[in-house]
Design a protein around this ligand. Structure first.
Ligand SMILES: [Zn+2]
Length: 463
């Protein structure tokens, strides 16, 4: 007789017998990078040859649509409707990857060949995002087999192929197809767990806001012997201006950029005891960096941060004896839904003017990815936590924001769905650099967790 345990056992057997590894190897072998125009046919092949037949075998109706923005990758949609009166869950993934960076991978590794080493599977897209949506669909296949081809709910899928180009076109596409994509909840996977061994649910993402700070004083450099000490140095002015935005310990000084009432109580509650780290050799947590009084988890999941992504004056690779004509910094704010990004630049202008930096110009300012968040105490979140804990036998950590970028805002704004992101990777996976890899442990827990979720959605007791 079909059972929840039977579904989990099927999913885990598929994983343990290397069925999942071999499937992932096939997906990684398709060079579907969206960051290199030479691979448009590979992107198309990922949808046509890898994903479409697999979904059709599971009873989905599949369509592949052109991107509403010319020059960007197609978007696959699929649906499996058992009864319009049933609950409908939407899932999401992206079939494109960043560029291969073939010449930068460690010896013996190759971005387009899955290579197993210890607890890691190396390969481009292994973690971002092929491995993650493959885990979820493999679990669905196990549940379908156990239930004899029925689920007891409806499921829809959006698989885009321009995520690594900012999900360009996705917003317009979802807006235009909103009735067809309507669902009760979005349950999908991308990004990292809080720690490799801690199952995680993220209920949103911080937004990203970008702008340039520019000090442009003269048409060209002037001789540093004739003019140094006499005429203003744009690099020095820019450095001091940045020093008024953030202090030497990483505390943001433009206080109008920050959540007015601090970290909300519901966010603080789920982050109590939340671990942070596990990135391996990636970076260190500096306990004295950032907003004083916040825990590391609150700093990264519940607060805003300011980062100078790039900064230049003169030519560092070829300095000349001159006072530079200009200086430029490209800056980013990562922000939660507790702040209004449209107020960031007016606040910065007031702040710079008050600090005596009227000459520092703000250019190219705007939101890149809007913030989104489902209340971490929402019934869909607690339901999913309970389902996962039953399947994995471990405490699940809820975070109000993924630390990576996910296009949840698009689905919230146009479909009104609640957001349940269940990441299967970790923050040391090197997803945008050479040596990207997927960890087997979280992948195995992920397939069990999703088998449980896909099973439980067809049982009584969903929100
Ligand atoms: Zn990515």
């Amino acid at each position: 007789m079909a059972s929840r345990n039977g579904a989990l056992a099927r999913a885990l057997a598929f994983f343990d017998d290397n069925g999942f590894r071999d499937r992932l190897a096939g997906l990684v072998a398709i060079r579907s990078t969206s960051q290199d125009p030479g691979h448009e046919a590979d992107v198309r092949s990922y949808l046509d040859d890898a994903i479409r037949p697999w979904l059709e075998r599971m009873g989905f109706t599949v369509a592949i649509h052109p991107n509403p923005r010319a020059g960007f990758g197609p978007i696959l949609t699929a649906e499996r409707i058992e009864d319009p009166s049933f609950k409908t869950v939407l899932t999401y993934g992206h079939g494109d990857t960043v560029r291969g960076l073939e010449d930068q991978w460690r010896a013996r590794l190759d971005p387009w060949t899955l290579i197993e080493e210890g607890d890691r599977w190396y390969g481009r897209g292994s973690a971002d995002n092929k491995g993650q949506h493959a885990v979820n669909l493999s679990a669905l296949e196990a549940v379908l087999a156990e239930r004899g081809g029925r689920l007891g709910y409806n499921i829809k899928l959006v698989l885009e192929t321009s995520e690594e180009r900012g999900s360009t076109g996705l917003r317009e596409f979802v807006a235009a197809h909103a009735p067809a994509l309507a669902a009760d909840v979005l349950i999908a996977s991308d990004g990292p767990r809080v720690m490799p061994e801690v199952p995680t649910i993220a209920t949103g993402t911080r937004g990203t806001y970008h702008f340039d700070l520019v000090v442009d004083l003269r048409p060209g450099g002037v001789h540093s012997g004739h003019w140094g000490g006499l005429t203003k140095d744009p690099a020095v002015i820019l450095a001091h201006a940045i020093g008024t935005i953030i202090d030497r310990n990483g505390r943001i000084l433009v206080r109008d950029w920050l959540p007015r009432n601090g970290v909300p109580a519901a966010v603080r509650a789920v982050l109590d005891g939340c671990p942070v780290g596990g990135g391996g050799e990636a970076a260190l947590i500096d306990p004295d960096w950032g907003e004083p009084g916040l825990t590391p988890a609150e700093k990264i999941y519940g607060w805003n941060s300011f980062i100078v992504l790039a900064m230049v004056s003169g030519r560092p690779e070829n300095p000349v004896n001159a006072v530079a004509p200009n200086a430029r910094a490209h800056c980013q704010i990562r922000y939660t839904v507790d702040t209004d990004a449209t107020t960031f630049m007016p606040a910065l202008r007031r702040h710079l003017d008050a600090a005596g930096f009227a000459a520092v110009k703000i250019e190219n300012a705007g939101i890149r990815m809007p913030a989104s968040r489902t209340d971490p105490a929402h019934p869909w979140v607690t339901w999913t936590v309970a389902s996962m804990e039953k399947s994995i036998g471990k405490r699940v950590q809820v975070i109000p924001n993924s630390s990576g970028g996910l296009p949840g805002d698009v689905f919230v704004d146009h479909l009104g769905v609640k957001l349940i992101w269940i990441p299967h990777s970790y923050n040391g996976c090197k997803q945008h650099g050479p040596d990207e890899h997927f960890l087997k442990g979280p992948a195995r827990e992920g397939i069990a967790a999703y088998a449980g979720i896909w099973w439980d959605l067809g049982e009584p007791g969903t929100p």
